[in-house]
Ligand binder design. Structure first.
Ligand code: PHE
Length: 352
């Protein structure tokens, strides 16, 4: 039920649309405009029920508020979910996107969007036909293009910082990293890790894709149902969320969890489960901020590529700060990262 999800939500506004022709539910979740316009990607996905899509969007929008606050960007957090019957193509996709663009426009700049799961720069080009609040149009169309490479670079910095925290050295050579999901972010991340000399293993629900990709970079392949029990130094979830749960955490055989997926914790309690298991968890909204940092740096703040690179490297420093404060306070890394976000949110009560 929508009301049971929305009434306890701590966000600002939710816009819900249903297009009877394409049977698409559109949810735009403006979680916070405290630090600036609410920014967050547009996720297109098939859900069993619309309330699952809304629940996903609500959680993701709150994570964006924290992500952008921790990254020091002048933006609030939001997210949009297009819950489709099937992933549309051609004219149907255009219709879904243009109708959604009108919803964003109606919010007068309170929500800014970019790509997310199953949407890309061509989709941003279509949205931009009707709406000015769109990041990551294709480079040929004046945008900064895909956020995936920058997200991967940010995660790499986070993995190095995590290794440094645990082992006293950020060196990847000789360290084993298991990348779950070789999609837009997982694949370039695995590439970078292999280049840096790590012992890389990859896994994907599309097994042939994982096998072909592994051959390309000289990685091992792990079957999807063996990811959780596989021993490695770093487990990098780069696919779906909720992979860290009461069912998986007791079976993890890694020291560090550091990957790109959003919403990795199934429930709030899972942060404590990881801590009790002696696993250092890089909070997802800290380590996966690279895409947002790059897109908004280039398009909103007018930064040069070198400045964006510096900000991506800072993800490692922020993560180290999170680990240090968790260790000092005896809290989970998640709690330490949330405190960091809250400090920025509380500290700027008169920023707008
Ligand atoms: N969707 C991505 C994320 O969740 C990246 C993104 C965010 C892109 C905001 C543009 C604007 O971080």
């Amino acid at each position: 039920m929508f009301e049971e999800l929305l009434e306890p939500w701590d966000g600002e506004e939710a816009v819900i649309r249903f297009d009877t022709r394409t049977r698409t539910w559109t949810f735009v979740l403006v979680h916070s405009t405290h630090l600036g316009p609410a920014a967050g990607g547009t996720r297109m996905k098939v859900y069993a029920r619309p309330d699952e899509a809304l629940a996903d969007g609500l959680r993701l929008s709150a994570a964006m508020t924290r992500k952008l606050a921790v990254a020091g960007l002048p933006l609030g957090g939001g997210k949009a979910v297009l819950a489709v019957r099937h992933l549309p193509e051609g004219a149907e996709r255009r219709r879904v996107l243009l109708r959604y663009a009108d919803v964003i426009t109606s919010l007068d700049g309170r929500y800014h969007t970019g790509p997310d799961m199953n949407t890309g720069e061509e989709d941003m080009d279509v949205l931009a036909e009707r709406c000015p609040y769109v990041y990551c149009r294709s480079p040929g169309n004046g945008g900064s293009g895909s956020t995936a490479p920058a997200t991967a670079v940010g995660v790499l910095h986070g993995i190095r910082a995590s290794l440094d925290w645990v082992h006293g050295s950020p060196e990847l050579a000789g360290r084993s990293v298991l990348v779950q999901g070789v999609g837009a972010v997982g694949a370039p991340l695995a590439h970078l890790l292999a280049e840096a000399g790590a012992d890389v293993a990859v896994s994907d629900v599309a097994v042939e894709r994982a096998t072909a990709f592994a051959a390309e970079i000289g990685a091992r392949v792990v079957a999807p149902d063996e990811v959780v029990g596989t021993a490695c130094d770093v487990y990098a979830p780069c696919a779906v969320g909720a992979v860290l749960s009461s069912a998986t955490i007791p079976r993890l055989r890694c020291v560090i969890v550091a990957g790109a997926a959003n919403n990795q914790l199934a429930t709030d309690d899972d942060a404590e489960r990881l801590q009790a298991a002696g696993i250092w968890y890089a909070p997802d909204f800290v380590i996966n901020a690279g895409g947002a940092i790059s897109a908004t740096g280039l398009e909103l703040l007018g930064e040069q590529a070198t400045q964006v690179d510096e900000r991506l490297a800072r993800i490692g420093d922020i993560l180290t700060e999170v680990y240090r404060s968790a260790a000092r306070g005896g809290t989970t890394t998640e709690a330490a990262a949330v405190a960091l976000a809250d400090a920025r949110l509380d500290g700027s009560s008169d920023s707008r």
